[in-house]
Design a protein around this ligand. Structure first.
Ligand SMILES: [Zn+2]
Length: 400
């Protein structure tokens, strides 16, 4: 085991033990009836390799009650999204036979509440009020844009987003020089004083002696998960060097590439792709031009399509409800090739998207997917308005 992981594991175990001791202490101490003070809550996190069962199994709840709760939980929350590190807080009834209240937290601003009412467990999703704030970052290039952006306090994901957008506009290797100026306008989300992940990049500009001045603005649809949301230049063009689109028109990642708890059989398994949440029948698009190398039933993958692309890479689309292409057929980027389903080894409608290099699966997040090469006329009308709003924000920040 990796040394860092060992330390992490020890920290998790110590935390759990501490909480167990604390809750024992509070249980034996004087406990006011149903007082909803923090002291009464058992607070824990899902440990690596653990589950709801293993966490609640540490409580005095009868196994039958844990089983009933797990079923109720599964009716309201997608169980495959349970991740180590998710927080679980609960209070039991005074006789320790039932759950009085339980809060499950995956994202800090979204809390899943379960509570006992009229002898049955109810569920509600509580969204905490999130405040947005814009932040302007002014920088001067020192070595690379990557290093400069990280030095300005941006996260790796934000930096990547800016880089991906600007690479279509500027040949950094050839033309970037130390002393070039850049600006980034971010919309950050806060809960109290805590900065939440997933801030939006509203605007980026870059100006250098050899590069000239380049600006990119965020285009945003009403649907926050639309794949069209992102950075475009003044004319509504995105960086599309890689020529790879999204397999769906809205993207909601359910499960990432890598090791995870197998949602069907339990235990650790290697997840050889990305799972996107989507409802049954949602159109699935070819992400790039290519030739269908297989289309049909493929064991656990159910109805599955594999497309071979001129780059030598292949893409895989699994658990489909229907297939609209045949082996040997040429397909174009953005063409509908099938529909989302839950065929094969699957726990509900979703698209499993895989990327294959030679004979091995590689992480598809390495693909730079772009929603649109160019916004259409209708989208441009909206984009122009959004550009004006962003310019106004820049003016308020002293940038003209
Ligand atoms: Zn999958």
């Amino acid at each position: 085991m990796h040394f860092g992981k060992k330390i992490l594991l020890i920290i998790i175990i110590v935390t759990i033990v501490l909480f167990s001791i604390l809750t024992c202490f509070y249980k034996t101490g004087s406990r006011p009836e149903a007082a909803d003070t923090l002291a009464n809550w058992t607070i824990t996190t899902i440990p690596a390799g653990g589950s709801l069962y293993s966490v609640l199994g540490n409580s005095e709840l009868p196994m039958q009650e844990i089983g009933l709760f797990a079923v109720h939980f599964g009716e309201n929350i997608d169980v495959t999204t349970i991740q180590p590190g998710d927080t679980l807080k609960y209070i039991l009834t005074p006789d320790n036979r039932r759950i009085e209240k339980l809060i499950y937290i995956q994202e800090i601003d979204e809390q899943h509440h379960f509570y006992l009412q009229n002898d049955s467990l109810r569920y509600s999703l509580v969204k905490l009020p999130v405040r947005t704030e814009t932040r302007l970052i002014k920088g001067t290039l020192d070595s690379t844009l990557d290093k400069s952006l990280l030095a300005m306090g941006l996260t790796a994901a934000e930096k990547q987003h800016i880089n991906n957008g600007m690479e279509g506009e500027i040949n950094f290797q050839k033309d970037a020089r130390n002393g070039d100026k850049f600006l980034v306008l971010l919309e950050e989300r806060y809960l109290g004083s805590i900065r939440l992940p997933r801030s939006k990049i509203m605007y980026v500009s870059y100006e250098g002696r050899l590069t000239g001045k380049h600006e990119m603005f965020r285009y945003q649809e009403d649907d926050d998960k639309s794949t069209l949301n992102g950075l475009y230049n003044l004319e509504g063009k995105s960086n599309n060097n890689s020529g790879v689109g999204f397999p769906l028109s809205r993207i909601h990642v359910r499960s990432k590439f890598g090791r995870r708890i197998d949602p069907v059989y339990g235990g650790w398994a290697m997840h050889q792709g990305i799972d996107y949440k989507a409802s049954h029948g949602t159109p699935v698009f070819a992400v790039a031009n290519g030739t269908v190398s297989s289309a049909g039933w493929n064991g656990g993958y159910g109805k599955c399509i594999v497309i071979k692309h001129p780059s030598g890479l292949s893409t895989q689309y699994a658990h489909l409800s229907s297939i609209g292409v045949k082996s040997g057929q040429s397909v174009r980027r953005g063409q509908i090739i099938g529909r989302v389903g839950s065929t094969g080894k699957s726990t509900g409608a979703h698209l499993h998207f895989g990327l294959i290099k030679g004979k091995t699966y590689i992480n598809p997040t390495n693909l730079r997917m772009v929603g649109a090469e160019k916004l259409n006329d209708k989208q441009m009308v909206r984009f122009k308005q959004q550009q004006m709003q962003i310019r106004q924000l820049l003016l308020e920040n002293g940038i003209s």
